[in-house]
Design a protein around this ligand. Structure first.
Ligand code: PLP
Length: 355
């Protein structure tokens, strides 16, 4: 097997998916499994389906297409607002998309009619996180315009939190969403079954057993992949934190001073690094770089290994406290965070393998 590689344990992933599905199901909430952080890897797709998710969701059409190529026949949700230039592909690949622009929904409707389909739309409402969605005071007007488009079924409303602004999902803001949905049902005389209350940041509310009533859907990626909620990155009881492991190969081990020698300017990325003088230490270089993963997103799994930094293609680690000597050709292991998992999954230099 080639190095560097990203190893993935499908049973543990399926276990996490099943646990999230069960915990949400107790409150009448369906789970769409979000695949984007793994570029919708086919092993991930199978594991999420085995875990019983109601559907799969991704932010990119290319990933929805590769999910369909695995033979998956269930519901597909496009998470990122459809690009006006990709309306035809959106209707072809996604059953439902999240939207905030009535103009784009009009184009989706025209395309759906051309294709002899109905496209489902969830209107995104911004409850303060300042990424996508209309401000709540515009929800009624925009929902009415979307619902009137032939070829479109307005399926409900949704929100996204803790992505740009770091706004935490609470009873107050999620009740606001549920209340908006109730008002729209009345005003439009539509069932609007979907109240899509957010992402992994809502898992704390689910695990505490007290989510606000009236949510019907969550779109969950990170909690299933990494076993944590995303407000404080606390582990969720019962979930596996070790689904993914990064392995990389040691290409140099030398004793060197902890502080660079010579006049100091900028590093390869225009920063002026600061060094603590720990004397002369054994250091290893791994064949893994910022092209593959941000070093801040990796946690060493081998005892006595400490990450010093990385350039494009080299990861530098201090191995002075390692219980056994680290040698050229050894493989060291790391746990990736979300940013590292995203980078590793999309690096053409890293293979993802089942383990
Ligand atoms: C990525 C994304 C999600 C999933 O987020 P996680 O934190 O990985 O659970 C949900 N909804 C939208 C709109 C997204 O873009």
């Amino acid at each position: 097997m080639s190095l560097p590689r990203l190893e993935l344990k499908p049973q543990r992933l399926a276990h996490n998916a099943a646990a999230v599905v069960e915990a949400c199901g107790k409150h009448g909430i369906e789970v769409f499994g979000v695949t984007k952080v793994t570029r919708a890897h086919p092993v991930v797709v199978r594991a999420l389906v085995a875990g019983g998710v109601a559907g799969l969701a991704d932010s990119r059409l290319e990933n929805l297409a590769s999910i369909r190529r695995t033979g998956y026949a269930g519901p597909l949700l496009l998470l990122r607002l459809p690009s006006p230039s990709e309306v035809a592909a959106t209707v072809a690949l996604a059953d439902t998309s999240l939207n905030s622009s009535p103009e784009v929904v009009a184009a989706l409707g025209a395309e759906a009619r051309r294709a002899g389909k109905t496209h489902r739309v969830v209107l995104m409402v911004d409850l303060g996180d300042l990424r996508e969605g209309v401000w709540p005071d515009r929800a009624a007007e925009v929902a009415a315009r979307m619902a009137a488009v032939p070829g479109i079924e307005l399926a409900g409303i949704g929100t996204n939190l803790t992505c740009f602004g770091g706004v935490v999902p609470t009873h107050a803001n999620l009740r606001q969403l549920v209340g908006l949905a109730a008002g729209l049902r009345q005003a439009l005389s539509l069932p609007l079954p979907v109240v899509s209350g957010g992402n992994s940041s809502a898992m704390g509310l689910i695990w505490s057993g007290r989510p606000p009533a009236g949510l019907t859907q969550l779109r969950v990626g990170e909690a299933i992949m990494l076993g944590r909620e995303t407000v404080q990155r606390r582990p969720l009881t019962g979930l596996c934190l070790d689904v993914f492991t990064v392995r990389a190969e040691v290409i140099e081990v030398e004793h060197k001073p902890a502080v660079p020698v010579g006049e100091l300017g900028q590093d390869a990325f225009g920063r002026a690094p600061v060094f603590a003088d720990r004397g002369v230490r054994p250091r290893a270089i791994l064949a893994l770089g910022r092209q593959d993963a941000p070093p801040e997103g990796l946690t060493p799994l081998d005892a006595g290994v400490q990450i010093l930094g990385a350039s494009s293609d080299h990861l530098l680690v201090d191995v002075g406290d390692s219980p056994q000597p680290v040698r050229v050709g050894d493989t060291l292991s790391f746990r990736p965070d979300y940013a590292a998992l995203l980078a590793l999954s999309t690096s053409p230099y890293v293979e993802t393998v089942e383990r």
